[in-house]
Design a protein around this ligand. Structure first.
Ligand SMILES: NC(=O)c1ccc[n+]([C@@H]2O[C@H](COP(=O)([O-])OP(=O)(O)OC[C@H]3O[C@@H](n4cnc5c(N)ncnc54)[C@H](OP(=O)(O)O)[C@@H]3O)[C@@H](O)[C@H]2O)c1
Length: 309
């Protein structure tokens, strides 16, 4: 199943599984990226904010030197919130870091503006120590700039991350180009069905991030996941990653551990009974107000997520 592709709304093909690089330490991420690409991954997810694009680029170059073709891999990166009024500059900086002429997909990382003239390139702070966020900023302005990138040859597709139904509806009202992708936190403990369904209706592909529950994979211990894993005699990671395929989503798993990178390509077909069990688990969490969102930076902004609003 590692070869499974989805088709985006602009006709491009996107692999079903990708390697994440958030918190992938320098000194390890080059090897992880090169290893992944040489062992069957074709999608690498990066971001300016992760601070490691230069080493990710080295890993990509090592893989290309081994005979893998650039056109056969799919590179994603994201504009960081201090660049949301300067998205072309953000893309150029990422391309320079990565050592690439183009990316396949460029995403808005978060729909807010952090002070572009603040005291730090990525995380500016006010004198009182709080985050320096420009409150009266309309995120659609960023999308209008993203639309201008299509046709420059610097990215093949554009999309967003962390868009709720409320934010996506605001964007779609003014968009000329419909985002190809919405990259969101997604797993059985946070199915985000409302936004997943809206994206499906509008032809926007979901990329699921933090599928294992992010750092340390906290979802591995969940009894529902363990039950399905036992039934199929696979690891909890395999269940958590395989969950996204019947949902029609691409899934991103981060690892810098070669054995896990390889293991995470092991996608199995979950049957209706498995999906029913996992969906019931999600519904119970929702009903009891126990959904788990693992990635929620303290921006102090209401992004319109029902579990946080
Ligand atoms: N757009 C956004 O705002 C956004 C936000 C968050 C994440 N993302 C993207 O999505 C990617 C994935 O999400 P994530 O990094 O938050 O978390 P994740 O992939 O859910 O989990 C990563 C953690 O699980 C461990 N792990 C990976 N495979 C494993 C396995 N088979 N068995 C046991 N442990 C395993 C990793 O450890 P080791 O590395 O030590 O092996 C790491 O601690 C990110 O790297 C990033 O590219 C995007």
């Amino acid at each position: 199943m590692a070869d499974l592709d989805f088709t985006l709304n602009n006709g491009m093909k996107m692999p079903a599984i990708g390697l994440g690089t958030w918190q992938s330490e320098k000194g390890k991420v080059k090897e992880a990226v090169a290893y992944a690409l040489k062992n069957g991954y074709r999608l690498i997810d990066c971001a300016y904010c992760y601070g490691n694009e230069d080493e990710v680029g080295e890993g990509i170059r090592e893989a290309l030197a081994s005979g893998i073709k650039r056109e056969d891999i799919f590179v994603v990166t994201k504009v960081w919130a201090t660049y949301n009024t300067r998205v072309e500059l953000g893309l150029e900086k990422s391309l320079k870091n990565l050592g690439l002429d183009y990316v396949d997909l460029f995403l808005v990382h978060w729909p807010l503006l952090m002070n572009p003239n603040g005291n730090d390139d990525k995380f500016p702070k006010k004198p009182d120590g709080t985050r320096d966020i420009i409150k009266d900023f309309n995120h659609v302005e960023t999308w209008k700039q993203m639309e201008k990138l299509v046709g420059t040859g610097k990215t093949k597709a554009i999309g967003v991350c962390n868009y709720s139904k409320k934010y996506l509806e605001e964007l779609l009202r003014e968009a000329t180009i419909i985002p190809a992708v919405n990259q969101i936190e997604n797993h059985p403990a946070l199915p985000q069905q409302e936004i997943v369904d809206l994206c499906k209706e509008k032809g926007i592909h979901i990329m699921a991030y933090s599928p294992l529950g992010s750092t340390g994979g906290p979802l591995f211990k969940d009894e529902h996941i363990l039950k399905v894993a036992k039934k199929h005699n696979v690891s909890p990671a395999t269940v958590l990653l395989s969950y996204h395929i019947p949902r029609g989503s691409t899934v991103l798993a981060k690892s810098v551990t070669p054995q896990r990178i390889k293991e995470n390509l092991n996608i199995i077909k979950l049957d209706d009974e498995d999906m029913k069990l996992l969906n019931e688990y999600s519904n119970d969490l929702a009903k009891n107000g126990k959904l788990q969102r693992f990635v929620y930076p303290p921006f102090g902004v209401d992004f319109g997520f029902p579990d946080k609003s």
